[in-house]
Design a protein around this ligand. Structure first.
Ligand SMILES: Nc1nc2c(ncn2[C@@H]2O[C@H](COP(=O)(O)OP(=O)(O)OP(=O)(O)O)[C@@H](O)[C@H]2O)c(=O)[nH]1
Ligand SMILES: [Mg+2]
Length: 492
C-alpha cells in the first residue's frame, strides 16, 4: 500500500534519541547508518559530542524520522546516587524523575543533562554500547540502572570499538552484555558495527525502529523508506557489477602488436609489448576502481593500490595453480603453449559451473577477443611472414581483475562512513589478503588437490578433442563470480 500525498502530509516524524556512555560510538553509528560522512564530531576522547544534533530522514520530501545524537553519559553513578538519597523528593516518574536529579548549572553534568532531555522527549531511545568492553564497569552498569528506571522503549545497538592498544587481547563481551541487559529488562538488541557496515544488520535495525513507531502513518512511511533504501543498495550493486563486466570486456579486447621484428629482437619486443599491455590494463583497472569508489561515495584517497604488474600476475598464476601442478604437467609432456592452454583450460573447468559456452553477447565478444591457444596470463603470437608479434591478455589476468574488483566492491559496501579516510584500503592479489570469503575459497580451491584432477581431465579432454580451445571462460567468470555480489530482498 502506497501512501497518498494527503496521508504523507499528516506523517509526524518519529523521534529517536541515540544515547549511551561516552565514547562507545554513538556518533560513529549515526554516520554509518545515515551514510553521511560529515555528520558530527568523532574522536577517541570522551565528551566529544557536546550538544544534541539531529539527523533527519525523509520519504518523498516529508520528514519521517529524527535520529538525535546526544552527548555521552559521564555522571550516571552520581545521578543514580542522588536518586537514591532519602532527600530526593520528586513527584515525577520515569525520565522526568531522573532529570529532576541532574543539577542544572553544574558544568560536570552539562553533557548528561542534555542527553537526558532528549531521552525524556523521544519516542524511542537507542542505546549504543561497545561490546568489546565489559558491561561491568560502573558507568555502563549505572547507566543501565537509570535507563531501567526511565521506562522508555529501548533498542540496544551493539557496536565494536577495539582497544586502542594494538597488543591488547580483544575480548568479545556480547554474552555478558546480553545477560546484563536482560537483568534490567532490555531484550531488544541489534548488532550494528560503525566501522564494519553490514547492510543486512542495517535492514534489521530499521525494522526494529519501525516496529517501535506507534503512529500508523509514520510506520507506513518508514517501511516504504526502508524499501527505497534497499533499492538504493541494490542499484549500487548493479552499477558495480556493470563496471566490472565492462572492465573485463575492455581488457579482453585489448592487444598490443608490432611488425618487422627480426628474430634476434623477438625477446625484447615481447617484454616491451607485455609492459605496454600491462600499463593499459592497470589504467583501465584504476578507472574502474575510481568509478566503484564514486558509486559507493568514497574519497579516492582511501585506496592504496597494489597495481597489477608482471610480478603480481605471475604470483597469481602460481597462487592459482601451484608449482606442483606445473611440474606434473611438464612431466606429462605438455610444455610451452600446451601448458598455457592447460592453464586456461583448468580454469575453464574449475569455474565452469558446467555450463559451457552459451553464445550470449558476452560470449561472442570474448570469443572474438581471445581466441584459442591460451597462455593463462598473456598470449603471444609471432607471425613469421610479417615478423609481427601480438600479445593479448588471457583468462588468468581477467580472473585477477574480477577477483580484485569484487573484493573491492565488498570492501566498499562493508566500510562504514564513520571510518576516516586515513584508514586506507588495501587491494592485493595475495589470497591471504582477500577478504571476500567466497573469493578466498575459490582461490584456495584452485590450490587444493582438486586442481590436479582438473588438469588431468583437461589434458585428457584436449587430447580427445572434446574441448574446443576457444571456449574462453570470461563469460563463465562473470556468470560464476558476479553473483558474489547478490542483491537484497525488499521487505513485504
Ligand atoms: N574500530 C572501531 N572504532 C570505532 C567504532 N565505532 C567507534 N569507534 C571509535 O571510537 C571512538 C569514539 O567514537 P564516537 O563516535 O566519537 O563515540 P561517541 O559515543 O559519539 O562519543 P562521545 O560523543 O564522546 O560521547 C572513536 O575513536 C571512533 O573512531 C567501530 O565500530 N570500530
Ligand atoms: Mg559523539
Amino acid at each position: 500500500m502506497t501512501l497518498s500525498y494527503e496521508e504523507l502530509k499528516q506523517v509526524e516524524p518519529m523521534i529517536v534519541a541515540v544515547i549511551g556512555p561516552t565514547n562507545e560510538g554513538k556518533t560513529s553509528v549515526l554516520r554509518t547508518l545515515s551514510g553521511d560522512a560529515d555528520f558530527g564530531e568523532i574522536n577517541a576522547f570522551t565528551g566529544t559530542t557536546v550538544r544534541a544534533e539531529i539527523q533527519k530522514f525523509y520519504y518523498k520530501g516529508i520528514e519521517i524520522l529524527q535520529l538525535i545524537d546526544t552527548p555521552g553519559f559521564q555522571m550516571s553513578s552520581d545521578i543514580l546516587e542522588n536518586l537514591m538519597l532519602p532527600t530526593a523528593h520528586t513527584t515525577a516518574t520515569g525520565a522526568e524523575a531522573i532529570l529532576d536529579q541532574i543539577p542544572e548549572h553544574d558544568d560536570d553534568f552539562r553533557h548528561d543533562l542534555r542527553a537526558w532531555r532528549e531521552v525524556n522527549r523521544c519516542d524511542l531511545a537507542i542505546l549504543v554500547v561497545n561490546v568489546m568492553e565489559s558491561p561491568e564497569h560502573s558507568l555502563a552498569r549505572d547507566s543501565l540502572q537509570l535507563l531501567a528506571r526511565a521506562g522508555k522503549p529501548l533498542l540496544v545497538v551493539f557496536n565494536g570499538v577495539p582497544e586502542r592498544d594494538e597488543t591488547a587481547v580483544h575480548t568479545d563481551f556480547t554474552d555478558l552484555w546480553r545477560q546484563s541487559l536482560h537483568a534490567n529488562g532490555f531484550d531488544n538488541i541489534q548488532v550494528y558495527d560503525a566501522h564494519r557496515r553490514n547492510f543486512q544488520h542495517e535492514i534489521e535495525l530499521f525494522k526494529k525502529i519501525i516496529a517501535s513507531a506507534d503512529k500508523p502513518l509514520t510506520r507506513l512511511a518508514l517501511g516504504q523508506e526502508l524499501d527505497e533504501r534497499i533499492d538504493r543498495e541494490n542499484h549500487r550493486l548493479d552499477e558495480s557489477r556493470r563496471i566490472l563486466a565492462r572492465l573485463l570486456l575492455d581488457t579482453a579486447a585489448m592487444e598490443e602488436s608490432r611488425g618487422s621484428i627480426p628474430d634476434d629482437q623477438k625477446g625484447v619486443a615481447q617484454i616491451e609489448l607485455v609492459q605496454q599491455l600491462l600499463t593499459r590494463i592497470c589504467q583501465c583497472e584504476h578507472d574502474a576502481h575510481l568509478k566503484l569508489l564514486q558509486v559507493w561515495e568514497f574519497h579516492p584517497g582511501i585506496l592504496r593500490r597494489r597495481a597489477l604488474n608482471a610480478e603480481t600476475v605471475a604470483k597469481l598464476t602460481n597462487d592459482l595453480l601451484g608449482v606442483q601442478s606445473l611440474e606434473e604437467i611438464k612431466k606429462g609432456g605438455a610444455i610451452g603453449a600446451g601448458v598455457g592452454a592447460s592453464v586456461g583450460l583448468a580454469l575453464d573447468i574449475a569455474l565452469a559451473g558446467l555450463s559451457l559456452g552459451t553464445g550470449t553477447l558476452i560470449g561472442a565478444l570474448i570469443g572474438g577477443a581471445i581466441g584459442g591457444g591460451s597462455q593463462g596470463v598473456f598470449r603471444m603470437n609471432y607471425d613469421k611472414g610479417e615478423k609481427r608479434i601480438t600479445v593479448k591478455p588471457q583468462v588468468d589476468t581477467l580472473l585477477a581483475l574480477l577477483s580484485r574488483g569484487i573484493d573491492l566492491t565488498k570492501k566498499l559496501q562493508n566500510r562504514g562512513k564513520a571510518m576516516d579516510d586515513t584508514n586506507e584500503l588495501f587491494l592485493s592479489l595475495d589470497s591471504k589478503n582477500i577478504e571476500t570469503p567466497e573469493i578466498a575459497s575459490l582461490f584456495a580451491a584452485h590450490q587444493a588437490v582438486t586442481v590436479q584432477q582438473f588438469w588431468e581431465r583437461g589434458l585428457r579432454w584436449m587430447k580427445e578433442g572434446k574441448f574446443a580451445e576457444d571456449t574462453v571462460s570470461l563469460e563463465l567468470l562473470l556468470e560464476k563470480m558476479l553473483p558474489l555480489l547478490p542483491p537484497f530482498k525488499r521487505e513485504e
